[in-house]
Each structure stands twice: as C-alpha cells, then as structure tokens.
Design a protein around this ligand. Structure first.
Ligand code: G3P
Length: 216
C-alpha cells in the first residue's frame, strides 16, 4: 500500500518525506484554504518536496472550464495529478484529459457505481471518501470493500485511493481491504506508529540497559 499525505501544509510534508514514508500528496481546496497561501505557490512548493504524485483540484464546474484548468495545473510540474469531482461534466473532462495523457484523481466518490464510472472514464486514481460516509451513519469501509471486489471482477486500471481517513483504525482497514493507496492527514500517520506496548516496552529496555551499562 502506498501512503500519501492528505495536507497542503509543507512542514508536515517535509517531516513525512524525511521519515521516508510519503509516496505522494493529496490536497483539496479546503486544505489549501487552511494554509492561507496562493494556490500555485503552495502546489509548486509541495511538488518541489515530493517526487511522487501530487493531487491538485480544479474548481470550475463546467466541462470547458475543468479541462482548461486541468491543462494549466498539470503544466506546473510533471508529478501533478488533477483532481476532478465526480459529476457528469467532470467525467467528460476526465476522458478528454486521459486521451491527452493528463492524469486525474476523481474525487468526492461515495458509491461503487460512481467509482466504476470514474474508472471507465479513464481516471488514474479514484478516491472514495470513507470518513464522510461514517459521518452520515454509513460504514465508509463497505464502499472500499465493494470497490475492491468490482476491481477484481473487471481489472480496472485506475488505482483505488482511500481518502477521508480520519484515524489509525481507518488506515489499518484500508490496508486489510487492499486499497492501492491510503491518503492520511499527518496526525493519522503519527497515530499509526503508536502502540502503548511499544512505548512501555521501549521504556523497559532503556531502563534495563542502564543496569547493563553500569557493568561495562
Ligand atoms: O482526501 C480527501 C480528504 O481531504 C477529505 O477528508 O476529513 O475532509 O473528509 P475529510
């Protein structure tokens, strides 16, 4: 499973990359707004830190606008993948962009039907939003599980990018179900390291080592 950071914060991205654990980055307009920076400047800096795919989203809602924006955004760096929402105009744009060799990440996916349409349109990544389904009382992981089954049935080329993962349990479930990629906020990456027995075990090893050192 590849790990992407779901953030537009360059300090978090630098830390994740320094850990050697970050295969790519996903952003969205809300994450960029949180940084209070110009869009292009923010994406340029992220692309200078990360070699892997960096998702940057279009904000036009019509076909012509989305295609024009996607062409522009994808020209900023070779590792940019353009995020496009799953609406009819969006998937039409995804097909055009795929034919031009521009990679897309189809976003705001909440059902297997939407996911299959995105794959058929030529998406490079398809992003089911797990946490937001949990928020409305559904089990977001059901959609991920069903997507993996549909992918097994038909061998779609699009990679399944599990998004809106809010905690380490989501991260674990995405791995067990077989998502190609899990994109996580930096705090979830940190949580994934944690286990109480690791902390207490390390403390014990270090205190025992103090006794050994006295013998040297
Ligand atoms: O990658 C999509 C993600 O940013 C959405 O996460 O927590 O806003 O539902 P969230």
């Amino acid at each position: 499973m590849q790990i992407f950071l779901d953030t537009a914060n360059v300090e978090e991205i630098r830390q994740g990359v320094a850990m050697g654990l970050v295969d790519g980055v996903t952003t969205n307009p809300s994450l960029v707004a949180r940084e209070n920076r110009k869009f292009r400047e923010c994406i340029d800096e992220i692309c200078s830190i990360v070699d892997g795919p960096v998702s940057a989203e279009v904000t036009a809602t019509d076909y012509d606008g989305m295609v024009a924006e996607a062409r522009e955004i994808s020209s900023w760096a070779p590792n940019i993948v353009v995020k496009v929402p799953i609406v009819p105009e969006g998937l039409k744009a995804v097909r055009t962009l795929a034919d031009e060799g521009i990679r897309t990440n189809v976003t705001l996916v909440f059902s297997v039907s939407q996911a299959v349409l995105a794959a058929k349109a030529g998406a490079y990544f398809v992003s089911p939003f797990i946490g937001r389904l949990d928020d409305i009382g559904q089990d977001g992981m059901d959609v991920l599980e069903e997507m993996v089954l549909a992918w097994d049935n038909y061998g779609f080329e699009a990679q399944i990018l599990a998004a809106s993962l809010r905690h380490a349990h989501h991260f674990k479930e995405a791995a067990l179900i077989g998502a190609d990629i899990a994109t996580v906020p930096f705090k979830v990456l940190q949580q994934a390291f944690k286990h109480a027995l690791t902390d207490s075990g390390l403390e014990r090893f270090l205190s025992d080592w103090e006794k050994v050192k006295k013998l040297v």
